[in-house]
Design a protein. Structure first.
Lengths: 290, 257, 405
């Protein structure tokens, strides 16, 4: 429901809320972009000597930034795809038990993990001398830690993906569970069965498409979260390529102080990408209707 | 049918064990005095790490600090988000405001913190509790607006108008109608914004400058030190309040806003 | 009820955050007498930022230094984690923002951090001549007087002295390689068993190798020489890239820090670890982290000996209190405690002959380390730190030339 502009202007509490929003949420972002822009162009900062493109040129010399963005994007895509798939399976298999019963409560336990805790757990489970390697050793499959699979601090980001999945799967499962209930997918599946569909057909042609379509915005948003993650790659990520947030911090705190502006170059490129992704989410038909 | 019922129960049991496995592992790790390769179970168990924690009180201080920060952020962001979203929800340009609300919410806290550090130092709130609360509130505020925008609907507007018609003001409408109706979502939003702050490490590192020793900062220090039992104890401290919050709010969390 | 409680808690914590004792008004502490300094120091809180990657060092600070400075000077010492480039970055941002009082008062620094802080005029000094206990410091020792080829000139207070040692387990390795010529075939014959960390200790190892390629310390003495750096670093990268495929994890990743390396060594994943502190071997064995069969040694071509220091931030609001803490840290009591292998095993910066007789005896009777040769044996193979820019360039180029290749 859209209210007329005059009515809105008379709503003092609402206006106060809007002003607060512009100062408290939008303002800092606008300031960040402005400051980062100025710093990256030599207009601000300790070594700022006036307008220059040299920090932008320096940042894009070599392919470090490109590789970082590609790596971050790949990791985020893997988390969303694998996490989404697991969540669909969990909801379809256990949706009744997840509404009431012990499982319903237990699903919240992994949801209480933070990024750092998830990274810590993955490093203790999946490293060369970790728990999985020890189980493998007990089964006679692993001779010693160095012969175990390279799953942590690895160049493919498997450790990062695993840690994120620990957080993403319960979150996606709960989101999809809510969708399952709201969209009354059980009833739709029963209807499909009564119309002659098999169990597999009602699952793949009715339940899964609805779950994925309705949760797509959340999946896309989670993609953005993983793109900018910091704690998990800090503990279990490789040294190269670095994920975007880590690369930004590394450039910010380099021994070569004069390269600090490159950190702001990366921040601006990241922000531009973020805005593009948000525009994409907002242009989707479901979001237009909202 | 019976066989599939049994296999379903087995799967459910495996799933339940997987949910509990992280917590169980942390408990065992926190008591593991010696756990060398290739032992699957610790060779030596003891409560040394727990004794260290309770003796020094440092983790307790961090716990209180994290609780204080997260509570402040939760209260501030929920209140501000509730107020702001009411205006945005009925605005002709609602989608633009919603878009703007998403930006701080989805932005990397580390990148945001790196860009804001100068401003916070200038304002004199860097390395202070207030600076950390302010920084985390930017993110939580965005979330709260996004969360509450879907709460407002024509029926709520009509109820509000009814209050005005009967002679009540804005404050009466909030106190007598809107807040009571929004109790469930307010609590859920407070929990979510509490957790945004509770789990944060990046902003605590950058804005806090190491001086604000939240639980996440302590946990990272123990991980860097390769002090696994103490890291596990910190992790357990970090997990417990969220588990409690989720448990208390389950009935609200599953309902759509 | 619950909501009211939450609101009250929230506002109370915000209000409390504004409280605290005010710092004394700024004054040039380098012009004060010691009595004036200790008077100003009383009841002040000093924020010390330091690397917190070793639990024993943290314990020494927490259980000996913190109560010690409280008792002697009435100074409350608040220790926070942080180091090197992050620290300098923070101080730079404070400077850019025109902040009058820094977040940090005292900083554990050396080498490249000292160089960078001097670049941005980020240190108080000269101040060490004001410290009564400075009379015992061995400022004639070139390893103490110069920090990465830069004379300290009283702008940082020496705290400890260490030499890079390579640690191995005699139960697994009988003849450890003692030169780079021996290291390469050893690594090739034992794939996956050798690595070094990607931070300070690993860089110190790389500097030691750089000296080996340069034929000794004389070639790299004095100011940074771009041509020499390029010549010898090219040889270093070629050498490392030649044997990198046989490193731990095929050289695709390196342990992030020394704590992780020690863990890999202790769990048997690798056969060597390293420490900037030659006294750490005995210390870690006493803790039960390293096996009793662990031993430390240095390369025949030498390893870097290095002094670490305390610096006071230029804009510290508690510079006098920070000086009091420095004086405590270089006191015979604190240096003795720190030198004990069971506590830290860190070398002292004091000249024993300058100490009162009783303290000389005490230092001589510190339990000697048994798992690494005594310092007198390692001293002939001690290499001075090269100029800071070598480390800065090595840090950057190691990533580009080795990790990313």
């Amino acid at each position: 429901m859209r209210i007329s502009g005059n009515r809105l202007l008379r709503d003092k509490a609402g206006l106060a809320g809007l002003v607060l929003f512009l100062i408290g949420a939008v303002g800092p972002i606008v300031w960040s972009v402005g400051y980062a822009g100025a710093y990256s162009l030599g207009l601000a900062g300790f070594f700022g000597r006036g307008f220059t493109w040299k920090y932008w040129a320096g940042a894009f010399t070599g392919d470090e930034i490109l590789r970082s963005f590609i790596f971050s994007g790949s990791v985020a895509l893997a988390v969303v795809c694998v996490g989404g798939a697991f969540a669909v399976v969990i909801v379809l298999t256990f949706h009744r038990q997840l509404i009431q019963g012990v499982l319903a409560s237990l699903l919240y336990v992994p949801l209480a993990l933070s990024g750092l805790v998830a990274a810590f757990l993955v490093s203790r489970w999946m490293s060369g001398a970790g728990l999985f390697s020890r189980i493998g050793h007990g089964l006679g499959l692993v001779r010693d830690p160095q012969h175990f699979l390279n799953l942590v601090n690895d160049p493919l980001g498997i450790g990062i993906i695993a840690a994120h999945l620990l957080l993403a799967v319960p979150f996606f499962a709960l989101t999809m569970l809510q969708i399952y209930e709201v969209e009354k997918i059980d009833r739709l599946r029963q209807l499909a069965s009564s119309l002659g569909a098999s169990a597999a057909q009602s699952r793949w042609r009715v339940a899964v498409p609805i779950l994925l379509r309705k949760s797509s915005a959340n999946l896309l948003l989670y993609f953005i979260f993983v793109l900018g993650s910091f704690e998990i790659p800090l503990v279990v990520g490789p040294q190269t390529p670095l994920m975007i947030s880590l690369l930004t911090r590394r450039k910010f705190g380099l021994f070569e102080l004069a390269q600090k502006p490159e950190a702001f170059v990366i921040s601006l490129v990241y922000t531009a990408l973020l805005l593009l992704l948000l525009v994409f989410i907002f242009r989707r038909p479901e979001e237009r209707a909202a | 049918m019976r066989a599939s019922s049994i296999s379903h129960k087995c799967l459910a049991l495996i799933f339940a064990m997987l949910c509990l496995f992280p917590l169980s592992f942390l408990i065992v790790q926190s008591f593991a005095r010696s756990w060398n390769y290739p032992s699957i179970w610790p060779e030596d168990l003891g409560a040394g790490a727990w004794r260290t924690v309770f003796k020094s009180g440092a983790l307790g201080t961090s716990l209180l600090l994290s609780l204080g920060t997260a509570t402040s952020v939760g209260v501030a962001a929920t209140a501000a988000g509730f107020l702001t979203s009411r205006y945005i929800a009925y605005h002709p340009r609602r989608r633009i405001f919603l878009f703007l609300a998403y930006v701080p919410f989805v932005m990397s806290p580390v990148i945001l913190g790196t860009c804001l550090l100068y401003l916070f130092i200038k304002l004199g709130i860097a390395d202070h509790f207030s600076g950390l609360v302010a920084g985390q509130s930017i993110i939580a505020y965005g979330f709260a607006v996004v969360f509450f925008v879907r709460f407002w609907n024509p029926q709520l507007r009509a109820l509000q108008d009814l209050v005005y018609t009967l002679g009540g003001g804005t404050w009466t409408a909030f106190r007598r109608v809107l807040i009571p109706l929004a109790r469930g979502p307010l609590l859920v939003c407070f929990c979510q914004t509490f957790l945004i702050s509770w789990f944060d490490y990046g902003l605590a590192l950058i804005i806090g400058g190491g001086k604000i020793q939240t639980l996440t900062v302590r946990l990272f220090a123990f991980i860097t030190e390769a002090n696994m039992p103490l890291a596990a104890v910190s992790a357990l401290f970090l997990i417990t309040p969220p588990v409690a919050l989720f448990w208390l709010n389950r009935r609200f969390l599953l309902k759509p806003v | 009820m619950v909501t009211k409680g939450i609101l009250i808690l929230g506002w109370c914590t915000l209000a409390l955050s504004a409280c605290g004792p005010k710092p004394p008004s700024p004054v040039d502490v380098t012009k004060l007498t010691w009595d004036e300094i200790t008077q100003r120091a009383r009841d002040q809180t000093v924020t010390l930022v330091m690397w917190q990657g070793d639990p024993l060092i943290n314990k020494y600070m927490r259980e000996f230094v913190v109560p010690g400075v409280e008792k002697e000077y009435g100074v409350h010492l608040n220790i926070v984690g942080g180091q090197g480039n992050d620290l300098v970055s923070k101080l730079m941002t404070e400077r850019e923002a025109g902040k009058s009082e820094s977040a940090y008062d005292l900083m554990w620094i050396n080498g490249e951090t000292f160089y960078q802080l001097r670049q941005i005029d980020g240190l108080v000094g000269p101040f060490t001549d004001k410290l009564p206990n400075a009379q015992y410091v061995d400022f004639q020792n070139p390893f103490i007087r110069y920090d990465f080829q830069q004379e300290v000139n009283g702008y940082e207070c020496p705290w400890g002295n260490v030499q890079l040692a390579i640690v191995y387990d005699t139960a697994r390795v009988q003849n450890p390689p003692r030169t780079k010529e021996e290291l390469a075939p050893w690594v090739e014959a034992h794939p996956g068993r050798f690595t070094f960390d990607a931070s300070f200790t690993g860089l110190t190892f790389l500097k030691s190798l750089l000296y080996a390629f340069a034929g000794g310390p004389a070639e790299l003495q004095g100011r940074f020489d771009q041509a020499k750096y390029e010549k010898y670093s090219a040889q270093l990268w070629d050498y490392l890239n030649g044997i990198k495929p046989n490193f731990w994890k095929n050289g695709k990743t390196f342990p992030e820090g020394v704590a992780q390396m020690h863990q890999l060594f202790a769990s048997g994943e690798i056969d060597f670890t390293m420490s900037n502190n030659d006294g750490e071997v005995d210390n870690k064995i006493l803790q039960g982290i390293f096996p009793e069969t662990a031993r430390g040694y240095v390369l025949d071509t030498g390893t870097i000996q290095n002094t670490h220091y305390m610096g006071i931030a230029k804009r510290s609001g508690h510079a006098a209190a920070a000086m009091a803490v420095c004086n405590f840290l270089i006191s015979p009591e604190a240096q003795f405690q720190k030198a004990r292998p069971a506590v830290w095993g860190d070398g002292t910066v004091l000249a024993l002959e300058k100490l009162p007789g009783a303290w000389q005896e005490k230092f001589r009777h510190i339990p000697q380390r048994t798992h690494v040769p005594p310092r007198s044996e390692l001293q002939p193979k001690a290499l001075p730190e090269p100029a800071s820019q070598y480390m800065i360039r090595l840090n950057e180029d190691f990533r580009k030339q080795v990790i990313e290749r």
